[in-house]
Design a protein around this ligand. Structure first.
Ligand SMILES: [Zn+2]
Length: 465
């Protein structure tokens, strides 16, 4: 068999562990994992990965591309460029768009945009707010549904009408409707009634600031998150529906998921880069609206790392959420008017790999969190998430010893800024490969819009343990 590409000389992280090996690619698939130096007669091209790590491309199931509707912030192409530079080869978009993705027809329109514009493989999570649309949307090959429990009153974005659901009866009905599809139901946990009371007190005390906002979300050790997670876990148990909780960040909610998993509730969950790398108080003071501003106090962050290591938290996702500087600047004095969300798809993998070096988790666990687990949970494991023969050749070559500085100038998101500006990283994405084609190398995105394909599979999703 002719080999199109050989990634030679590196240390490869496979599902069986890490080992020195060359990865062989044929027709977009991994055709072999062989010892260094093995003689092969017919090789189209070689990438020198000596002293490099070779990982599976990241599968990021939580990405706000902002298209259609908000392309002044970001679009599908610019998201894909930042993804390629960040070692991400598959993205799932979110439904809080204009129009919000609430029907099969609107879903079809969004999927057409991806087909024309995405540099990386993709899927899209429509909003599960219209029960009569659920089965038709599932038939399109999506891998999850999404709702926010947030019902913002002071602003229309980022939680527009059509994407929110917080009534418990509506949530249970929707879980009953989704269960027969076998797809996970992604939910942003939030207790709006508690938030209305808590933020009223804080704004009333004159703290319409990033600090006030951060205090509101983290108030009383995260009561607005914990209450929502408890309700969702109980409803998921009652409906026997697989839920996927987003934005894990409090000790009690992580404990609740741990206990729910132990008793067999179908729940998976994710953490986002900002909870690990941006949620400290001094960062909120310095960066204000640019960090989101969710505050993850030190003891809560310790619980997040514990949950990442013991398997309670299944995966890392970016929650990539670009907004313009103008949409952020207002937050210094009127935080509840600022659009919340922060970009991150370009830097989450190097930051996580730096955390590996700092002893926070193992390299193997980092690969599970960024590739294998999301592929399994969302039913893509037949083609994505692992370096194994027969898988799509979605690969990232990592330079584990390169000092570089993250800068706004090099940020590829349309918003043109990153909360990590000035941060010195010591691990770098060197090359990103999508189904055997190089899409990022030597600091340049070389992938083309339209190169991405829809990532789907006719196999049922599995629920993490
Ligand atoms: Zn999000």
């Amino acid at each position: 068999m002719a080999i199109d590409l050989r990634i030679a000389g590196g240390e490869v992280v496979t599902p069986d562990g890490r080992r020195p090996a060359d990865v062989l690619v044929h027709d977009g698939k991994i055709a072999g994992i062989v010892e260094h130096g093995l003689e092969i007669s017919d090789v189209g091209g070689t990438i020198d990965a000596a002293d490099r790590l070779v990982l599976p491309g990241m599968v990021d199931p939580h990405v706000h591309t902002r298209e259609p509707g908000f392309t002044h912030k970001e679009d599908i192409t610019t998201t894909g460029q930042a993804a390629a530079a960040g070692g991400v080869t598959t993205i799932f978009g979110m439904p809080n768009l204009s129009p919000p993705t609430t029907s099969a027809q609107l879903l079809d329109e969004v999927l057409e945009l991806y087909a024309a514009k995405s540099l990386v493989d993709y899927n899209h999570n429509p909003a599960a707010t219209v029960p009569s649309e659920i089965s038709a949307m599932a038939d399109r090959g999506i891998r999850a549904f999404k709702v926010f429990m947030v019902v913002d009153t002071a602003r229309t974005y980022p939680h527009p009408a059509g994407t929110g659901m917080h009534d418990h009866g509506d949530l249970l009905r929707m879980m009953d409707t989704i269960r027969p599809t076998g797809l996970p139901f992604m939910i942003h946990p939030h207790d709006q009634a508690l938030m209305d009371y808590i933020e009223g007190e804080i704004i009333g005390a004159g703290e319409n600031t990033p600090q006030g906002y951060a205090k509101a979300y983290a108030a009383r050790e995260g009561v607005i998150w914990d209450t929502a997670c408890d309700v969702l876990l109980r409803l998921a148990e009652a409906a026997d529906c697989h839920i996927h909780l987003m934005h894990m960040q409090t000790r009690r909610s992580i404990d609740a998921v741990r206990r729910a998993k132990a008793r067999g509730v179908k729940v998976t969950c994710e953490v986002n880069h900002w909870a690990l790398f941006l949620g400290q108080w001094d960062q909120i003071e310095r960066l204000g609206p640019y960090v989101l501003s969710y505050w993850v106090p030190d003891d809560a962050r310790a619980a997040v790392w514990e949950g990442l290591n013991d398997g309670t938290i299944d995966m890392l996702s970016s929650d990539h959420g670009p907004h313009t500087r103008e949409e952020k600047e207002i937050g210094w004095t009127e935080m509840w008017k600022a659009h919340t969300g922060t970009p991150g798809i370009q830097y989450q993998l190097p930051l996580l790999l730096d955390a590996v070096k700092a002893g926070k988790l193992s390299l193997e666990r980092a690969v599970e969190l960024t590739a294998k687990a999301p592929a399994e949970v969302f039913g893509l494991a037949a083609t994505k998430g692992s370096i194994a023969v027969g898988q799509d050749a979605d690969l990232v070559v990592i330079d584990p010893e390169r000092r570089w500085t993250i800068t706004n100038d090099a940020d590829l998101s349309r918003c043109g800024w990153t909360p990590y500006d000035g941060h010195e990283a010591t691990t770098a994405v060197e090359t990103t490969i999508l189904r055997g084609s190089v899409i990022y190398a030597a600091g340049e995105v070389v992938g083309r819009p339209g190169q991405g394909q829809m990532a789907t599979a006719a196999v049922p999703a599995v629920v993490g343990n």
